[in-house]
Design a protein around this ligand. Sequence first.
Ligand code: CTP
Ligand code: MG
Length: 227
Amino acid sequence: VTYWVVIPAAGIGSRMRADRPKQYLPLGDRALIEHTLDCFLDRPGLKGLVVCLSAVDRWWDDLACASDTRIQHVVGGRDRADSVLAGLLALLQQGADREDWVLVHDAARPNLSATDLHNLLNTLADDPVGGLLAVPVRDTLKCAGPDGRVASTPDRSLFWQAYTPQMFRLGALHDALFRALAAGVSITDEASAMEHAGQAPRLVEGRSDNIKVTRPEDLEWLARLRG
Ligand code: CTP
Ligand code: MG
């Protein structure tokens, strides 16, 4: 399977409360986003990689990977979906085929395993829609009422956590995101845009340690994991 990769990296990481966006915080000897990019670089089938950066980004240019000719960057947008759309549009404008696969992966997920990437690509290679890495929820879920008390307990077996990469056809994903955003629908991942377009993305079970670094303890946990 051949595919493009789009990495949204234009967020500010407010929940991390650090001195810079979380994708630029150190993990071992390098920035978090460099580990994320390494999950894709040098893999068979990769056609190219687009990183979506904030218009006021001050950190990317200082990274070694900024001069890597395999990586191009575009200016992202206000929300994650706007950033992803900018990346997809850049690929289409460069003449990428609408039928090509594109994998969208959060810059803040540096621990994607080669096995998960391989499974995703293999499982979806012939899929008419595409899909995403996801993990069945492990804890019992609670629906909160307005008073901060439990309103109900849904059937846990139906629920999955949506991870990335999410893999769809470039043209279909671009159109779905564009229309969902134009319609004012809240879009927090690529699959939800495809769902809004009437498609049912496939869930591909992945490892639970492909976490999105969101809070300080997530980065501490990953640092320990890497020794
Ligand atoms: N992202 C983006 N453009 C935005 C917002 C987010 O490209 N306008 C990216 C982030 O850089 C991150 C990924 O989308 O790699 C997942 O978003 P999230 O974890 O919410 O990151 P932030 O928005 O940066 O963090 P926070 O919500 O805590 O501010
Ligand atoms: Mg965010």
